[in-house]
Design a protein around this ligand. Structure first.
Ligand code: ARG
Length: 575
Protein backbone atom coordinates (compact mmCIF):
# COMPACT_ATOMS: atom_id res chain seq x y z
CA UNK A 1 0.00 0.00 0.00
CA UNK A 2 1.58 3.23 -1.16
CA UNK A 3 -0.98 5.90 -0.32
CA UNK A 4 0.76 7.92 2.40
CA UNK A 5 -2.50 8.80 4.08
CA UNK A 6 -3.28 5.11 4.54
CA UNK A 7 0.23 4.20 5.59
CA UNK A 8 0.13 6.95 8.20
CA UNK A 9 -3.31 5.92 9.37
CA UNK A 10 -2.06 2.40 10.04
CA UNK A 11 1.11 3.59 11.78
CA UNK A 12 -0.75 5.99 14.05
CA UNK A 13 -3.33 3.34 14.87
CA UNK A 14 -0.57 0.97 15.93
CA UNK A 15 0.90 3.74 18.07
CA UNK A 16 -2.51 4.39 19.63
CA UNK A 17 -2.85 0.75 20.54
CA UNK A 18 0.61 0.66 22.07
CA UNK A 19 0.08 3.88 24.01
CA UNK A 20 -3.49 3.43 25.22
CA UNK A 21 -4.47 -0.18 24.73
CA UNK A 22 -5.67 -2.40 21.90
CA UNK A 23 -9.22 -1.04 22.10
CA UNK A 24 -7.87 2.04 20.29
CA UNK A 25 -6.42 0.10 17.38
CA UNK A 26 -9.13 1.10 14.97
CA UNK A 27 -9.84 4.64 16.08
CA UNK A 28 -9.73 7.08 13.18
CA UNK A 29 -6.48 9.04 13.59
CA UNK A 30 -7.99 11.90 11.55
CA UNK A 31 -5.08 12.32 9.17
CA UNK A 32 -5.45 15.37 6.95
CA UNK A 33 -3.15 17.21 4.55
CA UNK A 34 -1.56 20.08 6.43
CA UNK A 35 -0.19 23.51 5.72
CA UNK A 36 2.71 23.06 8.09
CA UNK A 37 3.74 19.51 7.32
CA UNK A 38 2.78 16.80 4.82
CA UNK A 39 -0.06 15.69 7.05
CA UNK A 40 -1.46 16.30 10.47
CA UNK A 41 -3.18 13.87 12.81
CA UNK A 42 -5.88 15.38 14.96
CA UNK A 43 -6.81 12.32 16.96
CA UNK A 44 -5.26 13.57 20.22
CA UNK A 45 -7.89 16.30 20.47
CA UNK A 46 -10.80 13.89 20.32
CA UNK A 47 -9.15 11.19 22.41
CA UNK A 48 -8.10 13.52 25.24
CA UNK A 49 -11.57 13.91 26.63
CA UNK A 50 -12.16 10.19 26.80
CA UNK A 51 -8.77 9.55 28.40
CA UNK A 52 -9.16 12.51 30.76
CA UNK A 53 -5.74 13.83 29.82
CA UNK A 54 -4.65 16.98 28.08
CA UNK A 55 -4.56 16.74 24.27
CA UNK A 56 -0.93 17.75 24.28
CA UNK A 57 -0.02 14.92 26.62
CA UNK A 58 -1.95 12.48 24.48
CA UNK A 59 -0.21 13.77 21.35
CA UNK A 60 3.18 13.37 23.02
CA UNK A 61 2.43 9.79 24.04
CA UNK A 62 1.43 8.95 20.47
CA UNK A 63 4.59 10.59 19.11
CA UNK A 64 6.70 8.58 21.54
CA UNK A 65 5.20 5.37 20.16
CA UNK A 66 5.85 6.37 16.55
CA UNK A 67 9.56 5.64 16.56
CA UNK A 68 9.20 3.65 13.33
CA UNK A 69 7.68 6.60 11.52
CA UNK A 70 9.64 7.28 8.31
CA UNK A 71 9.90 11.00 8.88
CA UNK A 72 9.68 13.68 11.54
CA UNK A 73 6.91 14.23 14.04
CA UNK A 74 6.20 17.43 15.84
CA UNK A 75 3.56 18.16 18.43
CA UNK A 76 2.16 21.60 17.78
CA UNK A 77 -0.52 23.90 19.15
CA UNK A 78 -2.92 22.37 21.64
CA UNK A 79 -2.17 18.83 20.43
CA UNK A 80 -1.80 18.44 16.69
CA UNK A 81 0.68 15.93 15.38
CA UNK A 82 2.52 17.31 12.38
CA UNK A 83 3.87 14.53 10.23
CA UNK A 84 6.53 15.09 7.58
CA UNK A 85 7.71 12.16 5.54
CA UNK A 86 11.37 11.57 4.72
CA UNK A 87 12.29 12.18 1.10
CA UNK A 88 13.87 8.77 0.98
CA UNK A 89 10.57 7.13 1.86
CA UNK A 90 8.60 9.08 -0.76
CA UNK A 91 11.26 8.35 -3.35
CA UNK A 92 11.31 4.63 -2.70
CA UNK A 93 7.50 4.47 -2.84
CA UNK A 94 7.49 6.48 -6.07
CA UNK A 95 10.08 4.14 -7.56
CA UNK A 96 8.03 1.16 -6.52
CA UNK A 97 4.97 2.72 -8.13
CA UNK A 98 6.86 3.43 -11.33
CA UNK A 99 7.96 -0.22 -11.48
CA UNK A 100 4.38 -1.41 -10.97
CA UNK A 101 2.37 -1.89 -14.18
CA UNK A 102 -0.79 -1.14 -12.17
CA UNK A 103 0.58 2.06 -10.64
CA UNK A 104 -0.48 0.91 -7.21
CA UNK A 105 -4.10 0.37 -8.23
CA UNK A 106 -5.37 -2.72 -6.43
CA UNK A 107 -7.62 -5.49 -7.67
CA UNK A 108 -10.86 -6.37 -5.92
CA UNK A 109 -10.52 -9.71 -4.18
CA UNK A 110 -12.75 -11.51 -4.68
CA UNK A 111 -13.99 -9.78 -7.82
CA UNK A 112 -17.50 -8.42 -7.53
CA UNK A 113 -20.21 -8.66 -10.14
CA UNK A 114 -21.33 -5.12 -10.86
CA UNK A 115 -24.40 -4.53 -12.99
CA UNK A 116 -24.41 -1.00 -14.37
CA UNK A 117 -27.65 0.33 -15.81
CA UNK A 118 -26.75 3.41 -17.83
CA UNK A 119 -27.47 5.46 -20.94
CA UNK A 120 -30.97 3.97 -21.42
CA UNK A 121 -32.44 6.39 -23.96
CA UNK A 122 -36.04 6.00 -25.08
CA UNK A 123 -36.82 4.99 -28.61
CA UNK A 124 -40.18 6.65 -28.72
CA UNK A 125 -38.89 9.94 -27.43
CA UNK A 126 -35.66 11.77 -28.00
CA UNK A 127 -32.20 10.97 -26.73
CA UNK A 128 -31.36 14.19 -24.91
CA UNK A 129 -28.45 15.76 -23.04
CA UNK A 130 -29.58 14.07 -19.83
CA UNK A 131 -28.94 10.72 -21.45
CA UNK A 132 -25.57 12.01 -22.56
CA UNK A 133 -24.62 12.50 -18.95
CA UNK A 134 -25.85 9.11 -17.72
CA UNK A 135 -24.00 7.56 -20.65
CA UNK A 136 -20.73 9.31 -19.87
CA UNK A 137 -20.81 8.83 -16.09
CA UNK A 138 -21.99 5.23 -16.37
CA UNK A 139 -19.29 4.39 -18.88
CA UNK A 140 -16.57 5.76 -16.65
CA UNK A 141 -17.84 3.66 -13.72
CA UNK A 142 -17.83 0.60 -15.98
CA UNK A 143 -14.24 1.30 -17.03
CA UNK A 144 -13.08 1.75 -13.44
CA UNK A 145 -14.70 -1.40 -12.15
CA UNK A 146 -13.24 -3.39 -15.00
CA UNK A 147 -9.82 -1.96 -14.28
CA UNK A 148 -10.21 -3.06 -10.66
CA UNK A 149 -10.86 -6.60 -11.86
CA UNK A 150 -14.58 -6.66 -11.19
CA UNK A 151 -17.00 -8.37 -13.53
CA UNK A 152 -19.01 -5.60 -15.13
CA UNK A 153 -22.35 -6.29 -16.77
CA UNK A 154 -23.58 -3.30 -18.71
CA UNK A 155 -27.36 -3.04 -19.04
CA UNK A 156 -28.71 -0.51 -21.50
CA UNK A 157 -32.32 -0.35 -20.30
CA UNK A 158 -33.71 1.16 -23.51
CA UNK A 159 -37.23 2.51 -23.48
CA UNK A 160 -38.31 0.29 -26.35
CA UNK A 161 -41.84 -0.75 -25.44
CA UNK A 162 -45.22 0.69 -24.51
CA UNK A 163 -48.36 2.14 -26.01
CA UNK A 164 -46.63 4.83 -28.16
CA UNK A 165 -45.35 2.03 -30.37
CA UNK A 166 -48.83 1.56 -31.81
CA UNK A 167 -48.82 4.99 -33.42
CA UNK A 168 -45.11 4.82 -34.26
CA UNK A 169 -45.58 1.62 -36.22
CA UNK A 170 -48.65 2.98 -38.04
CA UNK A 171 -46.72 6.11 -38.95
CA UNK A 172 -43.86 3.96 -40.17
CA UNK A 173 -46.29 2.13 -42.46
CA UNK A 174 -47.70 5.44 -43.71
CA UNK A 175 -44.38 6.92 -44.77
CA UNK A 176 -42.82 3.62 -45.87
CA UNK A 177 -40.15 1.53 -44.21
CA UNK A 178 -37.23 2.93 -46.18
CA UNK A 179 -38.08 6.55 -45.46
CA UNK A 180 -38.68 5.76 -41.80
CA UNK A 181 -35.38 3.96 -41.43
CA UNK A 182 -33.51 6.81 -43.04
CA UNK A 183 -35.11 9.34 -40.72
CA UNK A 184 -34.55 7.31 -37.57
CA UNK A 185 -30.95 6.47 -38.38
CA UNK A 186 -30.27 10.15 -38.86
CA UNK A 187 -31.41 10.92 -35.34
CA UNK A 188 -34.76 12.43 -36.33
CA UNK A 189 -36.64 10.32 -33.80
CA UNK A 190 -38.28 13.35 -32.24
CA UNK A 191 -39.67 14.57 -35.54
CA UNK A 192 -40.86 11.07 -36.28
CA UNK A 193 -42.59 10.88 -32.93
CA UNK A 194 -44.15 14.32 -33.30
CA UNK A 195 -45.55 13.51 -36.74
CA UNK A 196 -47.10 10.32 -35.39
CA UNK A 197 -48.48 12.16 -32.39
CA UNK A 198 -50.05 14.89 -34.53
CA UNK A 199 -51.93 12.32 -36.58
CA UNK A 200 -52.95 10.45 -33.45
CA UNK A 201 -54.43 13.62 -31.97
CA UNK A 202 -56.06 14.91 -35.15
CA UNK A 203 -57.14 11.87 -37.12
CA UNK A 204 -59.70 9.46 -35.68
CA UNK A 205 -59.05 6.63 -38.13
CA UNK A 206 -55.30 6.84 -37.43
CA UNK A 207 -56.02 6.75 -33.72
CA UNK A 208 -58.14 3.63 -34.15
CA UNK A 209 -55.40 1.97 -36.22
CA UNK A 210 -52.75 2.92 -33.66
CA UNK A 211 -54.77 1.44 -30.81
CA UNK A 212 -55.40 -1.76 -32.71
CA UNK A 213 -51.66 -1.93 -33.45
CA UNK A 214 -50.86 -1.79 -29.72
CA UNK A 215 -52.92 -4.95 -29.24
CA UNK A 216 -51.40 -6.82 -32.19
CA UNK A 217 -47.93 -5.83 -30.94
CA UNK A 218 -48.70 -7.04 -27.43
CA UNK A 219 -50.19 -10.27 -28.69
CA UNK A 220 -46.93 -11.00 -30.50
CA UNK A 221 -48.21 -10.82 -34.08
CA UNK A 222 -45.13 -11.69 -36.21
CA UNK A 223 -45.58 -8.98 -38.87
CA UNK A 224 -46.08 -6.30 -36.21
CA UNK A 225 -43.02 -7.53 -34.37
CA UNK A 226 -41.05 -7.34 -37.61
CA UNK A 227 -42.12 -3.70 -38.03
CA UNK A 228 -41.17 -3.03 -34.42
CA UNK A 229 -37.72 -4.49 -35.15
CA UNK A 230 -37.36 -2.28 -38.23
CA UNK A 231 -38.10 0.72 -36.05
CA UNK A 232 -35.83 -0.35 -33.19
CA UNK A 233 -32.89 -1.42 -35.34
CA UNK A 234 -32.80 1.92 -37.11
CA UNK A 235 -33.08 3.76 -33.81
CA UNK A 236 -30.30 1.70 -32.23
CA UNK A 237 -28.09 2.42 -35.24
CA UNK A 238 -28.47 6.08 -34.40
CA UNK A 239 -27.68 5.48 -30.72
CA UNK A 240 -24.59 3.60 -31.83
CA UNK A 241 -23.44 6.60 -33.86
CA UNK A 242 -23.62 8.71 -30.73
CA UNK A 243 -21.75 6.05 -28.71
CA UNK A 244 -19.07 5.74 -31.39
CA UNK A 245 -18.61 9.49 -31.55
CA UNK A 246 -18.22 9.61 -27.77
CA UNK A 247 -16.00 6.54 -27.56
CA UNK A 248 -18.43 4.88 -25.17
CA UNK A 249 -17.94 1.15 -24.56
CA UNK A 250 -21.61 0.12 -24.94
CA UNK A 251 -22.37 -2.42 -27.65
CA UNK A 252 -25.53 -4.12 -28.92
CA UNK A 253 -24.76 -7.00 -26.59
CA UNK A 254 -25.41 -4.66 -23.66
CA UNK A 255 -28.94 -3.83 -24.76
CA UNK A 256 -31.42 -5.07 -22.21
CA UNK A 257 -34.39 -2.87 -23.00
CA UNK A 258 -37.80 -2.80 -21.39
CA UNK A 259 -39.12 -5.21 -24.04
CA UNK A 260 -36.78 -7.91 -22.80
CA UNK A 261 -38.81 -8.18 -19.61
CA UNK A 262 -42.20 -8.64 -21.31
CA UNK A 263 -42.31 -12.39 -20.80
CA UNK A 264 -41.60 -11.92 -17.08
CA UNK A 265 -44.16 -9.25 -16.24
CA UNK A 266 -47.15 -11.41 -15.55
CA UNK A 267 -45.15 -13.65 -13.27
CA UNK A 268 -43.69 -10.61 -11.56
CA UNK A 269 -47.20 -9.48 -10.68
CA UNK A 270 -48.45 -12.95 -9.79
CA UNK A 271 -45.53 -13.68 -7.48
CA UNK A 272 -45.86 -10.36 -5.70
CA UNK A 273 -49.56 -10.92 -5.27
CA UNK A 274 -49.13 -14.49 -4.04
CA UNK A 275 -46.56 -13.33 -1.51
CA UNK A 276 -49.02 -10.76 -0.23
CA UNK A 277 -46.63 -7.96 -1.13
CA UNK A 278 -48.94 -6.60 -3.82
CA UNK A 279 -52.61 -5.87 -3.31
CA UNK A 280 -55.44 -4.55 -5.48
CA UNK A 281 -56.19 -0.92 -4.74
CA UNK A 282 -58.72 1.06 -6.78
CA UNK A 283 -58.52 -1.61 -9.45
CA UNK A 284 -54.74 -1.47 -9.82
CA UNK A 285 -52.22 -3.96 -8.46
CA UNK A 286 -49.99 -2.02 -6.07
CA UNK A 287 -47.12 -2.52 -3.68
CA UNK A 288 -47.07 -0.19 -0.69
CA UNK A 289 -43.45 -0.34 0.46
CA UNK A 290 -43.17 0.73 4.10
CA UNK A 291 -42.10 4.28 4.80
CA UNK A 292 -43.50 5.99 1.71
CA UNK A 293 -46.42 8.34 2.15
CA UNK A 294 -47.95 10.94 -0.11
CA UNK A 295 -48.85 14.52 0.72
CA UNK A 296 -52.11 13.35 2.31
CA UNK A 297 -50.18 10.98 4.63
CA UNK A 298 -51.68 8.00 2.83
CA UNK A 299 -49.30 5.17 1.89
CA UNK A 300 -47.82 5.73 -1.57
CA UNK A 301 -48.41 2.97 -4.10
CA UNK A 302 -45.92 1.54 -6.56
CA UNK A 303 -48.33 0.56 -9.33
CA UNK A 304 -47.29 -2.68 -10.98
CA UNK A 305 -50.44 -3.36 -12.98
CA UNK A 306 -52.77 -0.57 -14.00
CA UNK A 307 -56.50 -0.92 -13.61
CA UNK A 308 -56.78 -1.52 -17.39
CA UNK A 309 -54.46 -4.51 -16.99
CA UNK A 310 -51.44 -2.74 -18.54
CA UNK A 311 -47.94 -2.96 -17.14
CA UNK A 312 -45.75 0.10 -16.63
CA UNK A 313 -42.27 1.39 -15.89
CA UNK A 314 -42.37 0.07 -12.30
CA UNK A 315 -43.40 -3.43 -13.35
CA UNK A 316 -40.43 -3.63 -15.67
CA UNK A 317 -38.07 -2.40 -12.99
CA UNK A 318 -39.38 -4.98 -10.53
CA UNK A 319 -38.75 -7.71 -13.10
CA UNK A 320 -35.35 -6.22 -13.90
CA UNK A 321 -34.12 -6.10 -10.31
CA UNK A 322 -35.10 -9.69 -9.76
CA UNK A 323 -33.32 -10.73 -12.96
CA UNK A 324 -30.20 -8.81 -12.02
CA UNK A 325 -30.00 -10.34 -8.56
CA UNK A 326 -31.11 -13.84 -9.43
CA UNK A 327 -29.84 -14.44 -12.97
CA UNK A 328 -26.95 -12.00 -13.28
CA UNK A 329 -25.89 -12.64 -9.66
CA UNK A 330 -25.08 -9.00 -9.02
CA UNK A 331 -23.19 -7.96 -5.91
CA UNK A 332 -23.93 -4.34 -6.73
CA UNK A 333 -26.45 -2.82 -9.12
CA UNK A 334 -25.76 0.76 -10.11
CA UNK A 335 -28.64 2.69 -11.67
CA UNK A 336 -27.07 5.69 -13.36
CA UNK A 337 -30.27 7.64 -13.94
CA UNK A 338 -31.60 11.19 -13.55
CA UNK A 339 -32.22 12.66 -10.12
CA UNK A 340 -35.89 13.12 -10.88
CA UNK A 341 -36.38 9.35 -10.67
CA UNK A 342 -35.09 9.15 -7.09
CA UNK A 343 -38.44 8.31 -5.54
CA UNK A 344 -39.15 5.67 -8.17
CA UNK A 345 -35.92 3.83 -7.37
CA UNK A 346 -36.31 4.15 -3.61
CA UNK A 347 -39.71 2.54 -3.93
CA UNK A 348 -38.52 -0.17 -6.32
CA UNK A 349 -35.62 -1.05 -3.99
CA UNK A 350 -37.90 -1.08 -0.95
CA UNK A 351 -40.53 -3.19 -2.71
CA UNK A 352 -37.87 -5.63 -3.91
CA UNK A 353 -36.48 -5.92 -0.36
CA UNK A 354 -39.97 -6.49 0.97
CA UNK A 355 -40.54 -9.26 -1.55
CA UNK A 356 -37.21 -10.86 -0.65
CA UNK A 357 -35.85 -10.24 -4.15
CA UNK A 358 -33.06 -7.95 -3.02
CA UNK A 359 -31.01 -9.65 -0.31
CA UNK A 360 -28.64 -7.75 1.97
CA UNK A 361 -25.73 -9.21 0.04
CA UNK A 362 -26.66 -7.20 -3.05
CA UNK A 363 -26.63 -3.44 -2.92
CA UNK A 364 -28.87 -1.51 -5.26
CA UNK A 365 -27.73 2.08 -5.67
CA UNK A 366 -29.21 4.98 -7.56
CA UNK A 367 -26.30 7.02 -8.95
CA UNK A 368 -28.33 10.19 -9.30
CA UNK A 369 -27.56 12.33 -12.29
CA UNK A 370 -28.21 16.04 -11.91
CA UNK A 371 -30.02 17.96 -14.58
CA UNK A 372 -28.18 19.78 -17.32
CA UNK A 373 -29.19 23.43 -17.33
CA UNK A 374 -29.03 26.14 -19.94
CA UNK A 375 -27.43 29.49 -19.21
CA UNK A 376 -30.85 30.74 -18.12
CA UNK A 377 -30.80 28.25 -15.25
CA UNK A 378 -33.60 26.17 -16.76
CA UNK A 379 -33.55 22.78 -18.42
CA UNK A 380 -31.13 22.90 -21.35
CA UNK A 381 -32.95 23.87 -24.57
CA UNK A 382 -32.22 25.67 -27.82
CA UNK A 383 -32.95 29.36 -28.06
CA UNK A 384 -36.29 28.65 -29.66
CA UNK A 385 -37.18 26.35 -26.78
CA UNK A 386 -36.68 23.05 -28.53
CA UNK A 387 -34.61 20.22 -27.21
CA UNK A 388 -31.08 20.20 -28.51
CA UNK A 389 -30.07 17.52 -31.01
CA UNK A 390 -27.31 15.41 -29.58
CA UNK A 391 -25.34 15.05 -32.76
CA UNK A 392 -25.47 18.81 -33.35
CA UNK A 393 -24.21 19.37 -29.87
CA UNK A 394 -21.30 16.95 -30.23
CA UNK A 395 -20.48 18.39 -33.64
CA UNK A 396 -20.41 21.89 -32.21
CA UNK A 397 -17.94 20.72 -29.56
CA UNK A 398 -15.70 19.36 -32.32
CA UNK A 399 -16.02 22.57 -34.36
CA UNK A 400 -15.07 24.70 -31.39
CA UNK A 401 -12.13 22.43 -30.64
CA UNK A 402 -11.04 22.76 -34.27
CA UNK A 403 -10.95 26.55 -33.90
CA UNK A 404 -8.85 26.23 -30.79
CA UNK A 405 -6.07 24.42 -32.64
CA UNK A 406 -6.52 25.75 -36.17
CA UNK A 407 -3.26 27.69 -36.44
CA UNK A 408 -0.95 24.99 -35.12
CA UNK A 409 0.15 23.81 -38.54
CA UNK A 410 -1.29 20.30 -38.44
CA UNK A 411 -2.13 18.55 -41.70
CA UNK A 412 -5.82 18.10 -42.34
CA UNK A 413 -6.21 14.54 -41.12
CA UNK A 414 -4.30 15.22 -37.90
CA UNK A 415 -6.26 18.41 -37.37
CA UNK A 416 -9.53 16.48 -37.69
CA UNK A 417 -8.38 13.75 -35.36
CA UNK A 418 -7.23 16.18 -32.69
CA UNK A 419 -10.37 18.31 -32.97
CA UNK A 420 -12.50 15.24 -32.44
CA UNK A 421 -10.54 14.11 -29.39
CA UNK A 422 -10.50 17.59 -27.87
CA UNK A 423 -14.20 18.15 -28.50
CA UNK A 424 -15.19 14.85 -26.91
CA UNK A 425 -12.83 15.42 -24.00
CA UNK A 426 -14.46 18.81 -23.43
CA UNK A 427 -17.99 17.41 -23.30
CA UNK A 428 -17.15 14.28 -21.33
CA UNK A 429 -14.90 15.90 -18.78
CA UNK A 430 -17.49 18.61 -18.12
CA UNK A 431 -20.00 15.88 -17.25
CA UNK A 432 -17.54 14.00 -15.08
CA UNK A 433 -15.81 16.77 -13.17
CA UNK A 434 -18.95 17.97 -11.40
CA UNK A 435 -20.36 15.72 -8.70
CA UNK A 436 -22.83 13.53 -10.52
CA UNK A 437 -25.88 14.56 -8.53
CA UNK A 438 -25.46 18.29 -8.90
CA UNK A 439 -27.07 20.27 -11.66
CA UNK A 440 -24.77 22.22 -13.88
CA UNK A 441 -24.92 24.74 -16.64
CA UNK A 442 -23.98 23.52 -20.09
CA UNK A 443 -21.46 26.10 -21.20
CA UNK A 444 -19.36 25.46 -24.29
CA UNK A 445 -17.00 28.35 -23.61
CA UNK A 446 -16.07 26.94 -20.24
CA UNK A 447 -15.78 23.29 -21.21
CA UNK A 448 -13.58 23.95 -24.23
CA UNK A 449 -11.27 26.31 -22.32
CA UNK A 450 -7.59 25.40 -22.20
CA UNK A 451 -7.28 26.51 -18.60
CA UNK A 452 -9.01 25.32 -15.46
CA UNK A 453 -10.40 21.91 -14.63
CA UNK A 454 -11.37 21.01 -18.22
CA UNK A 455 -10.85 18.12 -20.61
CA UNK A 456 -8.71 20.11 -23.05
CA UNK A 457 -6.50 21.33 -20.21
CA UNK A 458 -5.95 17.77 -19.03
CA UNK A 459 -5.07 16.70 -22.57
CA UNK A 460 -2.70 19.63 -22.81
CA UNK A 461 -0.96 18.50 -19.62
CA UNK A 462 -0.24 15.10 -21.17
CA UNK A 463 0.89 16.54 -24.51
CA UNK A 464 3.35 18.79 -22.69
CA UNK A 465 5.00 15.72 -21.21
CA UNK A 466 5.04 14.00 -24.59
CA UNK A 467 6.71 17.03 -26.09
CA UNK A 468 9.46 16.86 -23.45
CA UNK A 469 10.08 13.26 -24.41
CA UNK A 470 10.17 14.18 -28.09
CA UNK A 471 12.71 16.84 -27.18
CA UNK A 472 14.75 14.32 -25.19
CA UNK A 473 14.59 11.85 -28.04
CA UNK A 474 13.44 8.94 -25.87
CA UNK A 475 10.16 7.21 -25.25
CA UNK A 476 8.43 7.55 -21.87
CA UNK A 477 8.61 3.77 -21.50
CA UNK A 478 12.40 4.02 -21.44
CA UNK A 479 12.52 6.63 -18.69
CA UNK A 480 13.51 4.19 -15.99
CA UNK A 481 16.15 6.13 -14.06
CA UNK A 482 15.57 6.16 -10.29
CA UNK A 483 13.13 8.89 -9.29
CA UNK A 484 14.75 11.51 -7.09
CA UNK A 485 12.68 14.16 -5.35
CA UNK A 486 15.20 16.81 -4.37
CA UNK A 487 13.48 20.07 -5.28
CA UNK A 488 10.29 21.04 -3.41
CA UNK A 489 8.25 20.92 -6.64
CA UNK A 490 9.48 17.40 -7.36
CA UNK A 491 8.72 16.29 -3.85
CA UNK A 492 5.21 17.74 -3.90
CA UNK A 493 4.43 16.09 -7.23
CA UNK A 494 5.87 12.73 -6.17
CA UNK A 495 4.01 12.71 -2.86
CA UNK A 496 0.74 13.53 -4.58
CA UNK A 497 1.10 10.76 -7.17
CA UNK A 498 1.35 8.14 -4.43
CA UNK A 499 -2.34 8.63 -3.64
CA UNK A 500 -3.50 7.46 -7.07
CA UNK A 501 -4.17 3.76 -6.44
CA UNK A 502 -6.23 4.20 -3.31
CA UNK A 503 -8.16 7.03 -4.91
CA UNK A 504 -9.24 4.90 -7.85
CA UNK A 505 -10.61 2.26 -5.49
CA UNK A 506 -12.49 4.86 -3.51
CA UNK A 507 -13.89 6.54 -6.58
CA UNK A 508 -15.26 3.21 -7.80
CA UNK A 509 -16.60 2.27 -4.38
CA UNK A 510 -18.41 5.60 -4.01
CA UNK A 511 -19.31 6.13 -7.69
CA UNK A 512 -17.67 9.54 -7.69
CA UNK A 513 -15.68 10.14 -10.88
CA UNK A 514 -15.44 13.87 -10.11
CA UNK A 515 -12.91 13.06 -7.40
CA UNK A 516 -10.67 11.41 -9.96
CA UNK A 517 -10.98 14.57 -12.08
CA UNK A 518 -9.99 16.67 -9.08
CA UNK A 519 -6.98 14.41 -8.42
CA UNK A 520 -5.84 14.65 -12.04
CA UNK A 521 -6.33 18.41 -12.08
CA UNK A 522 -4.19 18.69 -8.96
CA UNK A 523 -1.59 16.49 -10.69
CA UNK A 524 -1.56 18.82 -13.68
CA UNK A 525 -1.18 21.87 -11.43
CA UNK A 526 1.75 20.33 -9.54
CA UNK A 527 3.26 19.38 -12.88
CA UNK A 528 3.05 22.99 -14.00
CA UNK A 529 4.94 24.16 -10.93
CA UNK A 530 7.50 21.43 -11.51
CA UNK A 531 8.08 22.70 -15.08
CA UNK A 532 8.60 26.22 -13.83
CA UNK A 533 11.06 25.24 -11.15
CA UNK A 534 12.80 22.19 -12.53
CA UNK A 535 14.13 22.32 -16.07
CA UNK A 536 14.30 18.87 -17.64
CA UNK A 537 15.78 19.05 -21.13
CA UNK A 538 17.14 22.58 -21.05
CA UNK A 539 20.76 22.91 -22.01
CA UNK A 540 23.08 22.77 -19.05
CA UNK A 541 20.98 20.38 -16.97
CA UNK A 542 23.15 17.67 -15.54
CA UNK A 543 22.44 14.45 -17.50
CA UNK A 544 21.82 12.46 -14.34
CA UNK A 545 19.29 14.98 -13.08
CA UNK A 546 17.73 15.09 -16.51
CA UNK A 547 17.16 11.34 -16.44
CA UNK A 548 15.75 11.43 -12.93
CA UNK A 549 13.34 14.18 -13.92
CA UNK A 550 12.38 12.31 -17.07
CA UNK A 551 11.47 9.36 -14.88
CA UNK A 552 9.23 11.57 -12.75
CA UNK A 553 7.67 12.95 -15.95
CA UNK A 554 7.04 9.42 -17.18
CA UNK A 555 5.36 8.39 -13.92
CA UNK A 556 3.21 11.52 -14.00
CA UNK A 557 2.27 10.82 -17.60
CA UNK A 558 1.21 7.28 -16.77
CA UNK A 559 -0.97 8.49 -13.93
CA UNK A 560 -2.59 11.16 -16.09
CA UNK A 561 -3.17 8.84 -19.04
CA UNK A 562 -4.44 5.97 -16.93
CA UNK A 563 -6.73 8.31 -15.04
CA UNK A 564 -8.12 9.89 -18.21
CA UNK A 565 -8.62 6.48 -19.73
CA UNK A 566 -10.62 5.38 -16.68
CA UNK A 567 -12.78 8.43 -17.17
CA UNK A 568 -13.17 7.60 -20.86
CA UNK A 569 -11.51 10.87 -21.88
CA UNK A 570 -9.33 10.46 -25.00
CA UNK A 571 -5.63 11.25 -24.65
CA UNK A 572 -3.34 12.81 -27.25
CA UNK A 573 0.37 12.88 -27.97
CA UNK A 574 0.22 16.38 -29.38
CA UNK A 575 -2.41 19.02 -29.88
N1 ARG B 1 -35.39 5.16 -20.17
C1 ARG B 1 -35.41 5.82 -18.90
C2 ARG B 1 -35.40 7.34 -19.11
O1 ARG B 1 -35.01 7.83 -20.12
C3 ARG B 1 -34.24 5.46 -18.04
C4 ARG B 1 -34.19 4.01 -17.64
C5 ARG B 1 -33.33 3.82 -16.44
N2 ARG B 1 -33.24 2.47 -15.99
C6 ARG B 1 -34.20 1.79 -15.33
N3 ARG B 1 -33.94 0.56 -14.96
N4 ARG B 1 -35.35 2.34 -15.05
O2 ARG B 1 -35.79 8.07 -18.22
Amino acid sequence: MTDPQIVLTERVQQALARAFGPEHADADPLIRPSQFADFQANVAMSLAKRLRRSPREVAESIAAELSDFPGTIEVSGPGFLNLTLDNAWIESEARRMHADPRLGVGTSTPPQTIVIDYSAPNAAKEMHVGHLRTTIVGDSLARMHEHLGNKVIRQNHLGDWGTPFGMLIEHLLDIGEAAAVEQLEAGQGTEFYQAARAKFDGDETFKTRARARVSTLQSGDPETLRLWHVFMDATVRFFNKVYAMLGVTLTDADIAGESMYNPMLQRTCDDLEAAGTAVISEGALCVFPPGFTGSDDKPLPLIIRKSDGGYGYATTDMAAIRYRVHDLKADRILYVVGNEQALHFQMVFAAAKQAGWLPDTTSAEHVRIGMMLGKDGRRFKTRSGESVKLMDLLQEAVDRAAKLIEDRGHDEATQREIAHAVGMAAVKYADLSVSHDSEYVFDFDRMVAMTGNTGPYMQYATTRIHSIFRGAGISPADATAPIVLAAPAERALGLHLLGFGELVSQVAADSEPHRLCAFLFQTASLLSTFYEECPVIKEGVDPEIRDQRLALCALTLRVLETGLDLLGVPVLQRM
